[in-house]
Design a protein around this ligand. Structure first.
Ligand code: NAD
Ligand code: IPM
Ligand code: MN
Length: 360
């Protein structure tokens, strides 16, 4: 029997509401498959914890997390604690501290009724955005000079190391080659005359090792336009930390909203645990109402199962997400249904037990 140890960080707002549904999915799999089991340890870290203890996680929090096979996170950030503290001291700390430099964010239309784009179907919107997740614009380097004075100047420095840039771009080329898809780089060399000129150069250099991969390179403004007007241009996409953050929200918008967008923060070398989480945040506007869509968080479970090498289960969970989209009465209001978060989780598990072989 294979046992996987999972650290749960439900976090803030709707985070705990959606993570609870994902945990139901793991438990259902355990029941159906004698060869796997999952253990969970919950960490109460987040904004409430900060208000009580003055810190977002335990002093030795990273040490505690190190022993797990993976981390399952809900969302972090809530009014009352400045976002740059809550996010940088928990979420970004884990991504960077565990060198989870690959952020895999699928932008996949599960059903044509979910896109607001006219005349676009499942075959037009099916890409994988690979976001650099450890440095770049999120490096946290900068300075606040002459605070409060008329000559006040604030610097926020992007850090693009050769190692960091090459490894994410190489990862993306390998993924494009492995899956026989095109690779598009999104950058902004016309305005960012150091970081993005370097990025474009590395994209070209590494590309020489992959003459079989067809490539495109777009400026981020034009790429944003194409995401909406011609998403069929994109298959595998590689981009920097900040641009990846922004374009994947556009990706969510064209595939059914934040309730259906997932992301895996991967440390490919497996030196440290990887982390799985929905793309959305704590959604204070709907927190506590029991109407958050748990499907993004459940999709994160599918990504985690793939990562564990349990691809059959990963695929089955994914197929069940596709299937539940057809059962409108069992969806949350953001997808046109009337069901609660819990009801979706429970119905999902029922469906998972029934859906063995579905067409993907
Ligand atoms: P958000 O993603 O929380 O919400 C944006 C909009 O999407 C809201 O209207 C919300 O109701 C809706 N939405 C989000 N998730 C949904 C779901 N599962 N089902 C239905 N609707 C959903 O973004 P925000 O409002 O900009 O941020 C709120 C807080 O979350 C901030 O503190 C922000 O920093 C933080 N945040 C955290 C993460 C993370 O932990 N990974 C990600 C994004 C934002
Ligand atoms: C995301 C979020 C985070 C990011 C924030 C909350 C720091 O928006 O995961 O997309 O920008 O990476
Ligand atoms: Mn984001």
């Amino acid at each position: 029997m294979k046992t996987f140890h999972i650290a749960l960080i439900p976090g803030d707002g709707i985070g705990p509401e959606v993570v609870a549904q994902g945990v139901k999915v793991f438990k259902a799999i355990e029941k159906m498959d004698d060869s796997v089991s999952f253990t969970f340890e919950e960490f109460p870290w987040g904004c409430e914890y900060y208000l009580q203890h003055g810190k977002m996680m335990d002093e030795d929090g990273m040490e505690q997390l190190k022993q797990f096979d993976a981390i399952y996170l809900g969302a972090v950030g809530y009014p009352g604690v400045p976002d740059h503290i809550s996010l940088r001291e928990l979420l970004i700390k884990i991504r960077r501290g565990f060198d989870q430099y690959v952020n895999l964010r699928p932008v996949t239309l599960l059903h044509r009724k979910l896109t607001p784009l006219k005349n676009k179907t499942e075959k037009d919107i099916d890409m994988l955005v690979i976001r650099e997740n450890s440095e770049g614009e999120y490096a946290g380097a900068g300075e606040w000079l002459f605070k409060g004075k008329p000559e006040e100047v604030v610097l926020q420095t992007g850090v693009f190391s050769r190692k960091g840039t090459e490894r994410i771009i190489r990862y993306a080329y390998e993924e494009a080659r492995r899956t026989n898809r095109t690779l598009t780089s999104i950058s902004k060399g016309n305005a960012l005359n150091y970081s993005m000129v370097f990025w474009d150069q590395v994209f070209e250099e590494v590309g020489r090792e992959f003459p079989d991969v067809n490539t495109y390179s777009y400026l981020v403004d034009a790429a944003s336009l194409y995401f909406v007007e011609q998403p069929e241009r994109f298959e595998v996409v590689v981009t920097s930390n900040l641009f990846g953050d922004i374009v994947t929200d556009i990706g969510a918008a064209i595939t059914g909203g934040m309730g259906l967008a997932t992301g895996a923060n991967i440390n490919p070398e497996k030196t440290y645990p990887s982390m799985f989480e929905p793309v959305h945040g704590s959604a204070p506007d709907i927190a506590g109402k029991g109407i958050a869509n748990p499907l993004a968080a459940i999709w994160s479970v599918s990504q985690m199962l793939d990562f564990f090498g349990l691809e059959e289960w990963g695929k089955r969970v994914f197929c069940t997400i596709k299937e539940i989209i057809n059962h409108e009465e069992h969806l949350t209001p953001d997808l046109g249904g009337k069901a609660s978060t819990e009801e979706v989780g429970d119905y999902f598990v029922n469906l998972l037990m029934q859906t063995k072989e579905l067409d993907v």
